[in-house]
Design a protein around this ligand. Structure first.
Ligand code: PRX
Length: 641
């Protein structure tokens, strides 16, 4: 069966197919020259003379781009736009309640950022210090990020849905001395006790000296004398001008924690110059941004998508970006489309899980709102199934709007594989082709490069400017995780198929990472949360197919001797995981297992657990190496779902 193709419709002034081919070839032939020119998208304080200085080989492993240049991304997002677009709206803030919003111009945003940069300095934050942000999707989140960038401090944004424990781990790992939070968040009409969570977390975080508290709902929250500072008062007391600090291209910009297949979440570190070039150019080219566009990426700044495509990518280009503090189904299932109509959104970027959830509610929620402003739709975070793609294209985009299915990762800094909307013929479910400068390869388990139409593990053969530089405090883990499996190559952790046209189709993770509603979750993290419960002896967690979330969390739990399985205990364990990690980690299915299938050497056979969770029990493969094959029969018989 051949896949349907939606031919690209060229647009005057946009990159067309020939131009894509030209750029791709140019970047492959002469990466130095290509990226030297591309870096012109930023104003450099001190121009760089070297461009690419990278090697993925163990002996001389290094990743440096534009290493001797200096550039401040806050100045690039703000100051350089003041002369030409000071009165243009930079951020449209859309609150949880429709129409509860604000518009902040570039001039206003610049003033806020300068002031907040001084607040940080007044509290002793210096270049290189870490600042943790635990905030709702409010303008102050962007202000705080850009204020850090302005003074060369490193921001670490922690998603507001994470638990106090998760927050504490992330603060401790990078030794933040200052935390910015809000009294409460509002999501879907419910309050989120952000400040209370911070208070709980800080009981275990001696490094933190200051907590700045933004007023979001106005709730009364306890303030700790000598530590907690109201944002408004601090802003009022701060000076209004603040020159941007010269920042080296390879100085850190931010840390963002993400889940891996083992251990605790790791602090992905991005630096300034290369990340800035990547965020700016991918935003400009993949979304084909033009003057007058209103860009809405629905992601939270707690994830990398929010960093690169709510804040840095749009603002570096002088775009108008929407920050959304709500959810897709509040107050009703038409929220996205009603907001698009009201704000005149032209470019819209969201996740397949949201598309699938809304698709289930029927077309009328979409059709009752005017979508004529829309010109382009984007998808990110997980594979988009062709049915959801088709609905997005036909119903939401009225068959007018190209869809850019963008594949990338926290580690990659920005989009690596995606169509250019007016150049690339689209195939529903495929992220299509690599951007110029990106060299994907498919390899087999032994690392042999596979050619032509094939399927394998996705690696990237050479560095690109937006790539992460290290795992905070653990450079050895960085090398080990990404460069040791296939020596000389960056291993993505994804499986992928390539068709005869050279199109890439991501098939999902090949490691113990699962993707729940576009959020990355390490199965090991959920397991360690479960075994921390007093009644649990052992746990194994795998992904299972889920109609809306893409993948759901399936947990096998062995109780301590004397504990009885019950629905009540199931609920208790779910609640436990929510409070240990956060609601996004709550298991969708919990199966009480008298024992887990293990090899004679004691290794859990996850392959079998995955099959049972998927309901694919007719084909469990070889179970003869198990210490006790009878365990499997029990698991199959008692499967939940
Ligand atoms: O498995 C891939 C999937 O999400 C993973 C990266 O997750 P995270 O670092 O949280 O970043 C998400 C936002 C960029 C990838 O390894 N993924 C992301 N985008 C796509 C995707 N899978 C298929 N198609 C995509 N467009």
């Amino acid at each position: 069966m051949t896949d349907p193709i939606y031919p690209a419709r060229p647009r005057p002034g946009s990159i067309d197919a020939a131009e894509y081919d030209r750029r791709y070839a140019a970047a492959a032939r002469d990466p130095e020259g290509y990226w030297r020119e591309a870096a012109g998208c930023l104003d450099w304080a001190r121009p760089f003379t070297t461009v690419k200085d990278t090697s993925f080989a163990e002996a001389d492993f290094r990743i440096r781009w534009y290493g001797d240049g200096t550039v401040n991304l806050s100045a690039n997002c703000l100051d350089r736009h003041l002369a030409t677009r000071g009165d243009q709206v930079a951020i449209v803030w859309e609150g949880d309640e429709p129409g509860d919003g604000a518009r902040v111009t570039y001039r206003e945003l610049h003033a806020l950022v300068c002031r907040f940069a001084n607040v940080l300095k007044d509290h002793g934050v210096r270049k290189g210090d870490r600042v943790t942000l635990y905030l709702p999707m409010i303008v102050e989140a962007a202000v705080a990020m850009l204020a850090c960038a302005r003074i060369g401090a490193i921001h670490s944004v922690v998603f507001g849905g994470f638990s106090p424990d998760s927050l504490a781990n992330r603060i401790q790992d990078c030794d933040s001395r200052l935390v910015v939070t809000a009294d409460e968040g509002c999501r879907g009409g419910k309050r989120v006790p952000l400040k209370a969570n911070v208070d709980k977390a800080l009981a275990h975080c001696p490094s933190v000296e200051t907590v700045i508290v933004v007023r979001r709902t106005g709730a009364e929250v306890p303030m700790t004398e000598g530590r907690d500072v109201p944002y408004d008062a601090a802003m009022a007391a701060a000076a209004s001008d603040c020159a941007p600090e010269p920042v080296g291209a390879e100085d850190p910009l931010f840390i963002l924690y993400t889940s891996g297949s083992t251990g605790k979440p790791k602090g992905v570190l991005h630096t300034t110059g290369g990340y800035g070039v990547w965020a700016a150019t991918t935003f400009r080219d993949v979304f084909d941004w033009r003057e007058g566009d209103v860009f809405w990426c629905t992601a939270d700044v707690g994830w990398v998508t929010g960093h690169s495509y709510v804040v840095y990518g749009p603002l570096l280009n002088g775009a108008t970006t929407v920050m959304f503090d709500g959810v897709p189904n509040y107050p009703d299932h038409g929220r996205f489309w009603e907001t698009i109509a009201r704000l005149g959104v032209t470019l819209f970027y969201t996740a397949p899980t949201a598309i699938r959830a809304l698709m289930r509610e029927g077309d009328s929620w979409v059709e009752r709102h005017d979508r004529s402003s829309l010109r382009l739709l984007g998808s990110v975070g997980e594979p988009i199934n062709p049915e959801a793609w088709d609905w997005y294209h036909r119903v939401v985009g009225e068959r007018r709007c190209p869809i850019v299915d963008t594949w990338w990762q926290t580690e990659t800094g920005g989009i690596l594989i995606a169509p250019l909307p007016y150049a690339t013929d689209l195939k529903p479910g495929s992220a299509t082709r690599p951007l110029p400068g990106v060299l994907p390869q498919l390899v087999d388990a032994e690392g042999r490069v596979l050619e032509g139409a094939t399927e394998g593990n996705l690696v990237i053969a050479d560095s690109w400017p937006g790539q992460m530089r290290t795992v905070w405090n653990d450079h050895a883990r960085f090398f080990q995780t990404y460069f040791s499996t296939y020596p000389g190559k960056y291993f993505t952790g994804d499986g992928c198929r390539r068709d005869a046209d050279g199109y890439y189709w991501i098939t999902g993770r090949v490691d113990d990472v699962i993707n729940v509603s576009g959020h990355r979750m390490g199965t090991a993290e959920v397991e360690s949360a479960l075994v921390a419960h007093a009644k649990v002896a052992e746990a194994a967690v795998v992904g299972m197919p889920h109609e809306v979330k893409g993948q759901g969390i399936y947990a096998y739990v062995t109780l301590n001797a004397g504990e009885e399985p019950s629905d009540g205990l199931r609920g208790e364990l779910r609640q436990w995981v929510r409070s240990e990690i956060g609601p996004i980690a709550s298991p969708d299915a919990i199966q009480f297992a008298p024992a887990l299938p293990k090899t004679r050497s004691g290794k859990i056979m996850r392959r079998i657990l995955r099959k049972i969770a998927e309901g694919d029990t007719g084909n469990l493969g070889d179970v003869s190496t198990l210490a006790d094959p009878a365990v499997v029969e029990t698991l199959v018989r008692e499967r939940v779902g």
